[in-house]
Design a protein around this ligand. Sequence first.
Ligand code: F6R
Length: 245
Amino acid sequence: MTLDVEICSGTEVAGQRVAARIAALIRDKPDAVIGVATGSSPEPVYRALARFVDDGLDASGVRWFALDEYIGLPPGHPQSYRAVLERVLIGPLGLHPTSLHVPDGTAADPEVAAEAYEAAIAGAGVDLQILGIGGNGHIGFNEPGTPFSATTHRATLTESTRRANARFFPSADAVPVECLTQGLATIMRAGRIELVASGSHKADAVAAAVRGPVTEQCPASILQRHPDVCVNLDTDSAAAVYESS
Ligand code: F6R
């Protein structure tokens, strides 16, 4: 196992530790570029970061780049990832919305929007990327089978991902089918990666990512090839990592 794994007693503790490392980065480099995930996993990180800001951390020079965005939600839809990140990150940290960059899921031509986003990220250079992980091992919306060489692209969500995200929508049918996502090659260019996971429903995916073979069937396993990754787990999501095989 090559990845650095930190097991915490709970998600708030993990969030505090990850946020402390991000705060240190921002103090060191006030114009840092930080890649941000949506979903439940990173929310404790954003809550803890907001406390650092309350205590005087100046994050106003940071540029934030989202991992992904749904295609087809109307502009301003409360579950669009732009709206979610404005709610859980930009608002609580008192930041300007223009510091947040999100792929344009409303673009007439999603492929053109994907290319534009890839160019923007490549130009900015991500210093640190926050990731969650799907129960099927996805990172961003790179579902199993996505080539490791993929850059930002238009992708189709698997049924299991749509079911998992149905909790944010009135019904599973209301979850968009398509998205724009940073590709695995895009994610791998980040200088550092902080992955957060919690809950027993993530245990198999975490174990496959951390100590399974590096395979496109488990997209997160590509992280074993990155030189600077910290995998932050609670005890439930870590349960299968140290099981004897
Ligand atoms: C979110 C994203 C996804 C989530 C993953 C876990 O921007 O790209 O990869 O990180 O689906 O979601 P949660 O944290 O809600 O379990």
